[in-house]
Design a binder for this molecule. Sequence first.
Ligand SMILES: [Zn+2]
Length: 120
Amino acid sequence: MRATDPQILDAIKNVLREDIVIHSQNELFEKVKQKLSSKDEALQVSAERMRRVAKKYGVKVKVHSRKGKEIKTCPFCGKDLQDVVSNDLFGRSTTIGKVCKTCRFEIGIGRTPARYIFRR
Ligand SMILES: [Zn+2]
């Protein structure tokens, strides 16, 4: 059975009750899956859905990025990212990053998410 948002959020909260910080999405995912399968039947969830639910319901998620292929859509809500434009010293406008207008996720230009940190 597919886990509902409240079930996923509950599992995340249970994990963060034991650990203040979880240092990677994989670690949280493994622990959340454990919580969701301790019931009678295992509830299905994907790492991506877990990440989205965490952010949506106010879990503090920090994104560390690394050089890499740019992403076009927000890793939290799937919306298209917009350019962040800044004027340089010479008055020219340069794109310095990408932002999601919906959830305020931001990332530098030419960077890709490398690690997600989850906090209580
Ligand atoms: Zn977003």
